[in-house]
Design a binder for this molecule. Structure first.
Ligand SMILES: Nc1ncnc2c1ncn2[C@@H]1O[C@H](COP(=O)(O)OP(=O)(O)OP(=O)(O)O)[C@@H](O)[C@H]1O
Length: 351
């Protein structure tokens, strides 16, 4: 388990102190994949560096299985670092070393015997699916394969925590999916705590159990990914969804943005909603997918303006809820145009 407690990092520049990480608290349980998301400049790299003990925090602690790594002195730092395996965006492999030699590097620092080293390297490369590429040099491997070598190297010293900082940025979608599957398998097999630092919301939906949003050095929203996706009032839940442009509602219709607020939304809900309202319901946009075994969805529908006030109750019965429309979407513009006295963002979610 990794526990970050009141982690703070300030930088002094030109006589001014800037607080980049501001009293952050985060717990990643064993066997959990947690993600930290944030816009550029939010402090993600600084957080990764503080957790990987590459930067000393100004205050606060980073504990792995109850041991505060930030209290290690210079000599204890190498031992402390062993508890956290790190994978960064740039794979950081040595170009003149083969995959096997790269994975062996941390073991060489540790001075393990040649036989033990060879056995462990073979086992690690097998684990990441590269048992047959041990002799390949980095330039002979794809980006995804190089990241796999990086992951194998990160696991060499049997860390309890794996920190992946933008580890899939720059990879194509297939390689990203396969790296995420690998991380998920490693989490299961090795009971690791995995912390993903990323700006890719797809990555979070695909693999993370929990997510926290870092903004200006503070965590502003956090929770279980599925809970956030089902929460019609959650800004992070909305941002985790793929962006989609809705078709314009027909004349006389109003656009409503809906969230699957429960796991039991019937597949034929548009027809059922239409029957309940006694009015046609047109689907203007929808994304429906399964996240962690739960069907998650967001949709924009068009209903006659006269049916709008009746819709909320029917939606609730179907396990759906009205969401705050994303600013700038056609749905938002339409909703604002329909009801100028009631800003769309104040729509009450159905309990
Ligand atoms: N060594 C430093 N000295 C002064 N300021 C720094 C230092 N390192 C980072 N910062 C500042 O801290 C803030 C957060 O930077 P950081 O690189 O952690 O953000 P980020 O979320 O990783 O952004 P990106 O996604 O663009 O990499 C920025 O305003 C940056 O200028």
């Amino acid at each position: 388990m990794i526990r970050i407690h009141q982690l703070t990092k300030t930088f002094a520049r030109a006589g001014r102190t800037t607080t980049v990480l501001d009293r952050l608290d985060l717990v990643v349980e064993r066997g959990e994949i947690a993600a930290v998301v944030g816009a550029s400049g939010a402090g993600k790299s600084t957080l990764a560096a503080a957790i990987a003990l590459l930067e000393r925090p100004t205050s606060g602690s980073v504990e792995v299985d109850g041991v505060d790594l930030t209290r290690a002195d210079e000599t204890g730092l190498r031992d402390a670092r062993r508890r956290i395996g790190t994978v960064f965006q740039t794979d950081g492999l040595f170009s003149r070393r083969t995959a096997a030699q790269n994975v062996a590097l941390p073991l060489e620092y540790l001075g393990v015997t040649k036989a033990d080293k060879e056995r462990r390297v073979a086992e690690l490369l097998d684990r990441v699916g590269l048992g047959d590429r041990a002799a390949a040099y980095p330039h002979e491997l794809s980006g995804g394969q190089r990241q796999r070598v990086g992951i194998a190297r990160a696991l060499a010293l049997r860390p309890r925590v794996l920190l992946a900082d933008e580890a899939t940025s720059g990879l194509d979608p297939d390689s990203t999916t396969s790296i995420l599957r690998l991380l998920s398998t490693l989490r299961d097999e090795l009971d690791l705590s995995v912390l993903l630092i990323t700006h890719e919301m797809d990555v979070v939906r695909q693999v993370a159990d929990t997510v926290a949003r870092l903004e200006h050095g503070r965590f502003t929203e956090s929770g279980h990914v599925v809970d956030l996706l089902q929460d019609p009032g959650s800004r992070l839940g909305r941002d985790l969804q793929p962006p989609r442009a809705a078709a314009a509602p027909a004349t006389g219709d109003t656009a409503l943005e809906l969230v699957y607020a429960s796991a039991t939304v019937p597949g034929d809900w548009p027809a059922r909603l239409g029957a309940e309202l006694g009015a046609p319901v047109s689907l203007l946009a929808a994304t429906i997918e399964v996240v962690d075994g739960t069907t998650i969805g967001r949709a924009t529908i068009g209903v006659p303006v006269a049916a709008r006030s009746r819709a909320q109750e029917s939606l609730g019965r179907l396990g759906l809820a009205l969401a705050s429309p994303s600013p700038g979407t056609e749905a938002a513009a339409q909703a604002a145009a329909d009801e100028p006295a009631t800003p769309a963002t104040t729509l009450e979610p159905v309990a």
